[in-house]
Design a binder for this molecule. Structure first.
Ligand SMILES: [Zn+2]
Length: 83
């Protein structure tokens, strides 16, 4: 799914510093600020909780929750999501 124009939010619903292009999303790790890439395409890294994107610096894992109708996208931290 093309997410270029989506509003990108973190798990708390706060707007997230990010850059979406096509099916790719770059954002700053919520823990350490290192760049992380996630994909909206099903089966690719970061597209769901089972295939998270990991921060290459601190190891935090993230996945996307896409709300097509409202054109919003939430970036969830796996650890916080399961807490
Ligand atoms: Zn990190």
């Amino acid at each position: 799914m093309n997410i270029t124009k989506f509003i990108i939010l973190d798990g708390q619903g706060e707007e997230l510093a990010s850059d979406a292009s096509g099916e790719n999303l770059a954002f700053a790790c919520l823990d350490c600020g290192h760049p992380v890439i996630a994909h909206s395409k099903k089966g690719k890294r970061g597209s769901c909780e089972d295939i998270p994107s990991a921060c290459k610096n601190c190891g935090e894992m993230y996945f996307l929750d896409i709300r097509k109708r409202s054109e919003k996208l939430y970036v969830f931290n796996v650890r916080e999501f399961n807490a």
